[in-house]
Design a protein. Structure first.
Length: 262
């Protein structure tokens, strides 16, 4: 998405009946214990309910406005269908205000139109793919992501996902044409620290500046780190030179195999 198109993003409140309230977690788990540091505060946000099933077939819908979703960090399109129903859907690149979409119409191959995989020509880029028929869009919903329909074999469709994985889907699954729009990072520069607080990010404090009860690096005299020789995490796990990949069950190294052969 071009930076010049930021001016058309809706600055007001979302459609209330299409949203639900969202409780803040502030980096805490179900027990109320902090598991992600430097989180908390932030502006109040509401969760937008998306139409992941595209329930209206052969009913034209027009893009009324483009909104920013603070939960998903993506852009959404507010669609008004001919029957008077409003829904939210992920915004597809090149889709603008006033454009019309018609779902499940194989003669209309415009961006943002949802079709069955059996109706999409081979080679087209798609997004918001169903995992199985009727599940609703589950794959390739992140901003800027897209997948490519490589081939169709019988009742199955071969799709290359954004991750590079090639998977087989039923031709009865649905997908949306085009690439999802992405908001450039330059759109909202962090001009001051207060903006990070609006986003729910609290100041980051070094471990050596804390007390011994708060961090293993805390305490000491002056700028000393409390006498530790290596840096550790807040839970005293080594952060440098510590192996993070576990060996598979039944794994034997090449050295042990060579010693057995010799």
């Amino acid at each position: 998405m071009d930076i010049g198109l930021i001016n058309i993003i809706w600055r007001g409140k979302p459609v209330k009946r299409l949203t639900v309230s969202l409780n803040k977690r502030a980096g805490r788990n179900g027990y109320g214990r902090i598991t992600s540091f430097h989180r908390g505060g932030g502006s109040k946000r509401r969760y937008r309910i998306l139409d992941l099933h595209r329930i209206f077939s052969n009913i034209p819908g027009v893009v009324r406005r483009i909104e920013y979703d603070p939960i998903r960090r993506s852009l959404l399109a507010l669609l008004l269908y001919a029957n008077g129903v409003l829904t939210y859907a992920p915004l597809v690149k090149s889709l603008m205000i006033g454009d019309i979409i018609v779902n499940y119409d194989p003669e209309y191959l415009g961006f943002g139109n949802t079709l069955y995989l059996s109706q999409i020509p081979v080679g087209f880029y798609v997004n918001s793919i169903e995992d199985y028929p009727g599940s609703g869009s589950r794959l390739n919903k992140a901003p800027g992501s897209r997948a490519q329909l490589l081939a169709r074999v019988g009742s199955s469709a071969i799709i290359k996902l954004a991750s590079g994985e090639v998977r087989k889907f039923s031709c009865d699954c649905k997908a949306t044409l085009g690439t999802l729009a992405v908001l450039p990072r330059e759109a909202f520069p962090a001009l001051r620290a207060g903006k990070s607080r609006w986003l729910g990010r609290r100041p980051i404090v070094r471990g050596v500046a804390m007390n011994p009860i708060d961090h293993p690096h805390g305490g000491g005299e002056g700028k000393s780190s409390g006498g530790r020789k290596s840096s550790v995490s807040p839970w005293a796990r080594y952060t440098k030179g510590f192996k993070t990949v576990r060996k598979p069950k039944g794994f034997r190294s090449n050295i042990s195999l060579v010693s057995e052969v010799s």
